[in-house]
Ligand binder design. Structure first.
Ligand SMILES: *Cc1c(COP(=O)(O)O)cnc(C)c1O
Ligand code: SF4
Length: 459
């Protein structure tokens, strides 16, 4: 064997560092808050570490009534904020559920602008009137449902909603037509755990040979009991036509403790994943982080636990105004998720849901942020930015519009493989439009004209 030439280091004039040294903020995604300081909230001041890490304690102490929430806030939030939230709750069409973990991640010195507060606790002073073109079930999930709680819109995949409860209730939820309890403003379609309803869904799935892919969502799989998870998982992976299932849960973002301390639940997920693997079926978890603050040391430990068990986790975010609609926040989120082995999969332009107008952004915002995020990390960790336009066309890549008028905020998408020939319209929030657009939306006589202009342009 020829010996290697000896490199004389002192003589070497090879410039090795062609890139300038990295700025500290480029590594910020690696620095996590290990644990929130829950003891600064008076209601949790005597809570031990063991309690805080226990999923049962987190679930039991989750706040599900506005008056309880306001009670917990006394002493940490200002009276003005509490009044604002009281009014917010009476006007919001969503149910409430906030875990102590979330409560302790919120900055109570400035709750108005806190990215977690914005997502889960409505305040009246920030609310905006709904867009004139908005309806409940904006995605027409119910119209595409052959049996209650099963939406079959796309060719080879379907969405199964086994239940209608979640470990948290998000103000921006697309499924506010179903999830949570009836509120002062909305009577919901109920999708309770019901084995007969499930049986009808399974029968439909098994009779449609084109279905290969089932999204088990909700509601939220965190709320399923381990035996229910095993039953649903096993039934689906044993169907000949099914190749892939995804189990969707927001849980890791709002209560990562469960993955670390609910051994039965984690073992049930692992069991389904392993059974699937034996049968050559892919079973993965889909989760839902929206802001870098949602990733703590507890989250990292939970995600690494899943990684050790060979469980793939993908993330779907919603773009939310003042939460993650800035380039740097989105980049930080994407990198932070990659760092804990969660693959960013989608970022949704906020759906047109009631009572959440101030959370929506324009399509242009998504396009701009996509451009900035792409190239900042691995391609497979770079999410696709999509619009799920009302009417059931399904997800479209945000910059694939047929038409987009930035003054009226009307965009038109087509979905040739989902509903050929049909146009799907999305409407930017009125108060983010230029003055001319705002003026036209203020005049009801102009509404149809703006829609007609858009449709005319794509004919
Ligand atoms: C999002 C969604 C799916 C899954 O779509 P992917 O693009 O494969 O993630 C399936 N069915 C419905 C109704 C959906 O909304
Ligand atoms: S966890 Fe998901 S389904 Fe439940 S309220 Fe939030 S967005 Fe909706």
């Amino acid at each position: 064997m020829a010996s290697l030439p000896v490199l004389n280091v002192s003589d070497a004039q090879i410039p090795v560092h062609k890139k300038p040294p990295v700025a500290a903020e480029e590594l910020a995604h690696r620095t996590l808050l290990e644990k929130p300081d829950w003891r600064r909230i008076p209601a949790y001041k005597d809570v031990t570490d063991e309690q805080f890490m226990d999923h049962n304690w987190q679930a039991k102490k989750s706040i599900t009534r506005p008056d309880k929430l306001l009670e917990t806030l006394a002493g940490i939030a200002s009276p003005e904020f509490i009044k604002d939230a009281t009014e917010g709750f009476s006007r919001a069409p969503m149910s409430v559920r906030v875990s102590p973990y979330l409560m302790s991640l919120i900055d109570w010195n400035n709750p108005e602008d806190d990215p977690l507060r914005i997502q889960f606790i409505p305040i009246a002073s920030r609310m905006l009137p709904d867009h004139p073109k908005l309806g409940l079930d904006s995605l027409h999930e119910q119209e595409d449902a052959p049996v209650p709680g099963l939406t079959h819109r796309y060719a080879d995949k379907a969405l199964f909603l086994p239940l209608d409860t979640c470990p948290v209730y998000c103000r921006f939820c697309t499924r506010s037509y179903a999830v949570g309890n009836d509120t002062e403003l909305v009577d919901k379609v109920h999708l309770r755990v019901d084995v007969e309803r499930w049986a009808k869904a399974f029968q439909y799935i098994s009779e449609r040979p084109e279905l290969e892919d089932i999204v088990v969502s909700g509601g939220d799989a965190y709320q399923l009991r381990p035996e229910q998870l095993r039953f649903i998982g096993e039934t689906l992976v044993r169907m000949d036509n099914i190749r892939r299932i995804r189990i969707a849960t927001k849980g890791p973002a709002v209560m990562p403790q469960k993955i670390l301390t609910d051994h039965d639940w984690l073992d049930a997920v692992t069991w389904v994943v392993e059974l699937g693997r034996k049968l050559h079926k892919e079973v993965v978890l889909h989760t839902h982080f929206n802001h870098p603050n949602e990733v703590t040391g507890i989250t990292r430990d939970a995600m690494l636990r899943l990684f050790e068990r060979g469980i793939t986790v993908r993330n779907q975010s919603v773009m939310i105004r003042n939460v993650n609609d800035s380039r740097d926040t989105m980049k930080l989120l994407v990198r932070r998720l990659g760092h804990i082995h969660v693959h960013p999969y989608y970022v949704y332009v906020h759906d047109m849901v009631k009572g959440a107008e101030e959370l929506r952004t324009t399509v242009q915002t998504a396009i701009d942020i996509e451009k900035y995020v792409r190239g900042s990390t691995a391609g497979f960790n770079t999410p696709t930015f999509v619009v799920d336009a009302p009417g059931g066309g399904g997800k479209r890549v945000c910059h694939s519009y047929e038409y987009y008028n930035r003054t009226t905020g009307v965009s038109v998408y087509k979905a040739p493989s989902v509903k050929p020939g049909q146009p799907f319209l999305y409407f930017d929030p009125v108060n983010q439009l230029p003055e001319e657009g705002q003026r036209r939306w203020a005049d009801p006589k102009e509404h149809e004209a703006m829609v007609e202009e858009a449709l005319q342009a794509v004919r």
